[in-house]
Design a protein around this ligand. Structure first.
Ligand SMILES: C[S@@+](CC[C@H](N)C(=O)[O-])C[C@H]1O[C@@H](n2cnc3c(N)ncnc32)[C@H](O)[C@@H]1O
Length: 228
């Protein structure tokens, strides 16, 4: 969600709590090729009636779940999000759903995840707020939480290397000048595909690929190998 960029950074949960009500409409109106993008997030998931486990980092109101449920109607989805209001909207939308929902209000950076528990991990439009070292730590955590052979699917903003450098410099300047009260503020620092690939590879993933790209939105897929 990038309509008010890095000028007056707000605390993350407060930012989304304040915008939860109009959130779905905002995304449908602003995400390039909205339907195709969210379909692409679910595309690598193999259809099954089994109760497979899916981890959703920054699930928000669950826009990605609409497509995921079509592929895995019996899945057990663990959704993690800091915003109570976004989670409440998700729960309301899916109160009669066939999937089993486990919603956790917490930061995916700090919450403890079971090891080798998930068949898939997804994150859509959420992890572009993290500096490289924190994103790498998160990718390592996701890697550990996935079963061997599990897939990580990330749909998020990507930028050119030059824009990445500019946004990073702006962010670091804000940190240096004390403009950030804490580092869980809503600040957009999307990376280039090159940086994304490097971080995912460093975390241990293989077969990293761009599933689709629509303007500045891309769906990346990364595999946790069967054998380390
Ligand atoms: C733009 S929304 C995306 C929601 C949903 N995945 C979608 O595609 O519509 C970003 C979500 O990530 C959540 N978020 C951001 N940083 C987080 C963190 N460190 N831990 C948990 N949730 C986080 C926000 O609260 C927000 O609901």
């Amino acid at each position: 969600m990038s309509e008010n960029q890095n000028h007056h950074p707000e605390e993350m949960a407060a930012f989304f709590d304040a915008r939860a009500d109009g959130y779905d409409r905002h995304m449908k109106n602003t995400v390039a090729e909205y339907n195709l993008f969210y379909e692409a997030v679910a595309k690598p998931i193999l259809p099954t009636e089994e109760r497979i486990r899916i981890l959703d980092l920054g699930c928000g109101t669950g826009l990605e779940l609409k497509e995921i449920i079509k592929k895995t109607p019996q899945a057990r989805v663990t959704g993690i999000d800091m915003s109570r209001k976004m989670l409440d909207l998700l729960a309301e939308k899916h109160k009669n759903s066939t999937i089993f929902l486990e919603l956790i209000q917490d930061s995916y950076e700090t919450v403890v995840l079971s090891s080798e528990a998930y068949d898939y991990a997804v994150s859509v439009m959420s992890v572009h707020h993290l500096l490289p070292d924190r994103k790498l730590a998160l990718y390592k955590k996701v890697w550990s939480a996935l079963k061997p052979g599990g897939l990580y699917i990330e749909g998020d903003y990507v930028v050119t290397p030059a824009t990445e450098r500019a946004l990073m410099a702006e962010y670091l300047e804000m940190l240096d000048s004390g403009q950030l009260t804490n580092t869980l503020c809503h600040i957009d620092i999307p990376f280039s595909v090159t940086t994304q690939f490097a971080l995912l590879q460093e975390a241990g993933f293989c077969d990293i690929d761009v599933q689709v790209r629509f303007k500045n939105n891309a769906v990346l897929v990364a595999l946790k190998p069967l054998k380390p």
